[in-house]
Design a protein around this ligand. Structure first.
Ligand SMILES: [Ca+2]
Ligand SMILES: [Ca+2]
Length: 132
């Protein structure tokens, strides 16, 4: 029976030396040996490859972790406001891919590009405080 002595962290495995043929897996290459109790003892070995699969155990992290922008109330629709950026430590597709969306008060006035994270004034938005 082969058991893990320590927790295995996919992110800490070296993709160069522990990369498998698929980006979804990294691997450990072990050799198991059987030794008899004769004199002299004879032995035999077998290669054991353990494939490790990535788990989505990291959330995207924004850097910086807060954005503050001041804009004039007269700013035009489509105007660039800022660009937010987050990275995810999971190295595989899906688990590490990041897309963006807006939530909260003001989502009718601003838009975010799901891919680039660019925040703009939404089409037809009126920021003028006297009109809202
Ligand atoms: Ca992971
Ligand atoms: Ca993730």
């Amino acid at each position: 029976v082969i058991t893990a002595r320590t927790p295995i962290d996919f992110e800490l495995m070296d993709p160069n030396t522990q990369g498998a043929t698929s980006p979804w897996y990294r691997s450990f290459s072990l050799v198991a040996m059987a030794i008899d109790h004769g004199v002299p003892p004879l032995n035999s070995t077998v290669p054991v490859t353990i494939y490790v699969e990535d788990v989505n155990d990291n959330s995207p992290i924004f850097n910086p972790d807060a954005y503050e922008v001041v804009v004039d109330e007269t700013v035009a629709a489509g105007t660039h406001i800022t660009r937010v950026s987050a990275t995810d430590a999971d190295p595989t597709p899906y688990n590490g891919a990041v897309s963006y969306r807006l939530d909260g008060v003001g989502i009718d006035k601003f838009a975010i590009d799901a891919v680039s994270g660019e925040v703009t004034v939404a089409p037809n938005a009126k920021l003028d405080l006297m009109l809202t």
